[in-house]
Every structure is written in structure tokens, then in C-alpha cells.
Write a protein that binds this ligand. Structure first.
Ligand code: SF4
Length: 410
């Protein structure tokens, strides 16, 4: 059991507006959320007090600082979809004020063009569409957790969320600008999840959705809370979640299970939604690439994600070296090799097309792999890989411009 914080990502989460990059960067001007879902994974670590009803959110930056962080950090690349409110909820007035000021006053697409995926669990409304719909680079995201209120996870009712989305559509919001995450889907809520998908698809409110599984983890001993969730049917048992550190598979430092749905539950959901006129995604990386044309890395956890190969844009080794040096400050003395075969999940080897997967003989993190991968539309592997940055890696991030140091954002 991990009892101290050795994760640079956990440190960033408390101090920086950009705290991680998976397929796209996760950002916030404030940390904290008064909705306080019982399953919120920020409650299982040092930020727990900020994710409770009545919490005072922690301010990280103002609107100008937020723009500087996006503009000047190498972890954010032109054309990115930026998640706004990854550690909070867009319904909190603090976030809205900063975002409106940022988008109307500071954001300059000629310097770095970006799209913004606003995450809000509280119901959206027609008013939101009127205030924000004119900014064409905004996507309205929401997570519906089927029966969350009935099960006592939070006080957000599915019906109210659906009504909010309907209002937005009636006010003129096209379905392509609504991003629904449906989940976590649990064995005893899968029927409700199917109904929600049918209702939203039938009414033409959505054109696509991403369905999610349960995640449980923590920095510290949260056994009592995990057990409470287990009794409510949120999860059954730990499911190994690993990354490849360059030598072997290593368990993730935080997760006991991640985005997990029992097989029979997932099969039922897919069977019952297969005839709907909507596109259904399991992972957001596909959503970003297919629905909004974002360039994404084709790796995850320092492994090729073979099903993402269709999004790759082949590059020569020379091009890769030039971009690494010019845009990421990684000089040509780093050995970069092209990778032409990769292990598959069943342990066999799969061939990799030319120019899409490269191995850098140096240390690296998931944040960096995804920034480089997205910039070039390739996959980048490291011989010494850390899924989360170490505290020492943060010095490198701040020193080399991967992230703007937090003090220069104030
Ligand atoms: S709405 Fe999101 S950020 Fe807020 S408590 Fe729930 S899961 Fe956490």
C-alpha cells in the first residue's frame, strides 16, 4: 500500500493548470468539485477535502495564466482538444468565470489553435448554449452515470441531465458538439445505461457516446471507502492494470482497477445498443480522432495500441529527429529507432507499418509520449518509461518547457 506521494502527477494535480496528458491534455483553473461523487477518484488522495459538498475550490491560475500555460507548454500541441475541468466541473461558477474571460479576452488561435471539451456533470441548459455556442471550438461534454442518485453516489439525476441535453439541442446545439460519457456501467445499472442510450439516440440528441467502466485506486489507505463502493455494486475485485517500463510490465501506482466493465455486462450493453444510429466508443482516443479529427498518439502505457494504427501519419526517421529537436528540445544525439514489430496482447508479435512507431533510447513519460505522438501522428516508446512523472521529472518538465513553471503563471 502506498502511503506517501512519490508521483509527480499527484503533485501537478495540486499545483498546475495542466496536470497530465493522455491522448489530450487535462486542464483546470481550479481544483475541486462540490458535487462530491462517492466514486470520484480525486477523493482517494491528498485532494480529498476539495471534492466534497461545500468545498472551497483551490485556485491555480486566472484567465491570463491559463492561456500562458496552454500557449507556452510543450505538452499542449497545436490542434489539440483541451479538456477543461478534468479536476472539477464546469458547473462551478469559478470555472465559468475564468473560462469566459479566457476565451473572450486571451485565447489566440493564430498562436495555438485548440478545441475545448468542457466537462460538466451537472445538467447543461439552453442558457449555456446561448452563452457558449458561438465559440465553434467548444464541445459540450457530460458524464451520465446511470442511476447515480438512486444508488447514493451523488445527487445528479439522469433525467435532469437528459432534459438539459434536450434543451441544448432545442436551442440549436448540433449533436456533433455534444460528447456523452456513459458510465461507469455496472452489472446492476446496465439496463438503465441501455435505456439512456436508446432515448438519446432516438431523439437525435447525440450522434456518438463513449461508455466507461469503474475505476478504483488511491494514494493511501482508502479501504473503508472502496469497501463501501463494493457493497453498492461499483466493483467486485481488483483487475491488474499495468504499463511497460522498458523492461517489463509494472502495476500502475494508483489504480486497483481502471475503466473496467465485467465482460457479460459489456456484452449486454453492446448487444442492446448495436442497432442504434450512433457511433459507440470504448476509449476516448478513438473519439478525439474520429469525431473531431484530432491527431493522437497511437500508444498507451508505452505499448502500441494496434487498433489505433489507422490514425497514424507515417514519418521518416529524419523528420522525427528534426521535429524532436526543433519543437521538443530533444537533440539528435538521442538514439531514435524505427520499430517494425510489436508484441500483441496475446503474446504474439504483430507487424507495424513503416514510419509510425519509434523508440527513443532515453527516459520518458506518458505525458511526453502523447505530446510527441500527437504532434506527429505517430507512436513513441521509451526504453526507460514512467507512466507518471517522478518529482525529479517535474524539474525537467519546468526546465525544458514541457510545462510552464507554476510561479510564472501568477
Ligand atoms: S463531478 Fe466529477 S470531479 Fe466532481 S466529484 Fe463527481 S467525479 Fe469528481
Amino acid at each position: 500500500m502506498m502511503t506517501n506521494i512519490r508521483s509527480g502527477e499527484a503533485i501537478l494535480a495540486m499545483i498546475h493548470p495542466i496536470y497530465k496528458r493522455r491522448y489530450v491534455p487535462s486542464t483546470d483553473p481550479f481544483v475541486g468539485c462540490r458535487i462530491g461523487c462517492r466514486f470520484c477518484y480525486y477523493r482517494w488522495g491528498p485532494m480529498a477535502d476539495l471534492f466534497q459538498p461545500g468545498a472551497t475550490l483551490r485556485k491555480l491560475v486566472d484567465a491570463e495564466g491559463y492561456w500562458k500555460a496552454l500557449r507556452d507548454s510543450r505538452l499542449v500541441v497545436p490542434g489539440d482538444i483541451v479538456i477543461f475541468c478534468a479536476r472539477s466541473d464546469f458547473s462551478m461558477p469559478e470555472n465559468r468565470l475564468v473560462f469566459m474571460r479566457f476565451i473572450s479576452t486571451y485565447y489566440d488561435p493564430s498562436t495555438k489553435p485548440l478545441k475545448f471539451l468542457l466537462l460538466q456533470r451537472a445538467p447543461w441548459s439552453a442558457r449555456d448554449w446561448k452563452a457558449l455556442g458561438g465559440y465553434e471550438n467548444i464541445i459540450f461534454g457530460t458524464t451520465i452515470t446511470p442511476e447515480a442518485a438512486q444508488k447514493g453516489f451523488n445527487r445528479i439525476w439522469d433525467d435532469a441531465q437528459i432534459r438539459g441535453l434536450r434543451e441544448m439541442r432545442e436551442a440549436g446545439c448540433p449533436p456533433e458538439r455534444i460528447s456523452l460519457e456513459l458510465g461507469p456501467i455496472l452489472p446492476d445499472t446496465v439496463e438503465a445505461a441501455i435505456e439512456i442510450a436508446h432515448a438519446l439516440a432516438r431523439e437525435g440528441i447525440i450522434k456518438f457516446l463513449t461508455y466507461r467502466g469503474a475505476s478504483v485506486g488511491g494514494y493511501g489507505d482508502y479501504r473503508a471507502e472502496w469497501e463501501n463502493l463494493r457493497q453498492k455494486g461499483f466493483w467486485r475485485e481488483e483487475v491488474s492494470y499495468t504499463y511497460f517500463d522498458g523492461k517489463g510490465d509494472v502495476p500502475h501506482e494508483y489504480y486497483r482497477l481502471k475503466n473496467h466493465i465485467p465482460r457479460e455486462t459489456e456484452e449486454l450493453f453492446l448487444k442492446e445498443t448495436s442497432g442504434l444510429p450512433i457511433r459507440i466508443y470504448r476509449h476516448t482516443g478513438h473519439l478525439y480522432a474520429r469525431e473531431w479529427g484530432a491527431s493522437v498518439a497511437i500508444t498507451r502505457n508505452n505499448r502500441l495500441r494496434a487498433e489505433m494504427l489507422p490514425y497514424a501519419r507515417p514519418r521518416t526517421l529524419q523528420e522525427v529527429n528534426e521535429v524532436l529537436e526543433r519543437e521538443f528540445g530533444i537533440t539528435a544525439d538521442v538514439n531514435v529507432e524505427e520499430v517494425r514489430e510489436a508484441p500483441s496482447r496475446d503474446g504474439s508479435t504483430i507487424p507495424v507499418p513503416p514510419g509510425v512507431l519509434f523508440r527513443l533510447h532515453r527516459p520518458g513519460t506518458e505525458d511526453v509520449a502523447h505530446a510527441i505522438g500527437a504532434r506527429m501522428g505517430i507512436g513513441v516508446l521509451f526504453t526507460e518509461f514512467r507512466n507518471q512523472p517522478s518529482p525529479a521529472d517535474l524539474d525537467w518538465y519546468f526546465g525544458e518547457g514541457w510545462l510552464v513553471p507554476p510561479e510564472s503563471l501568477r
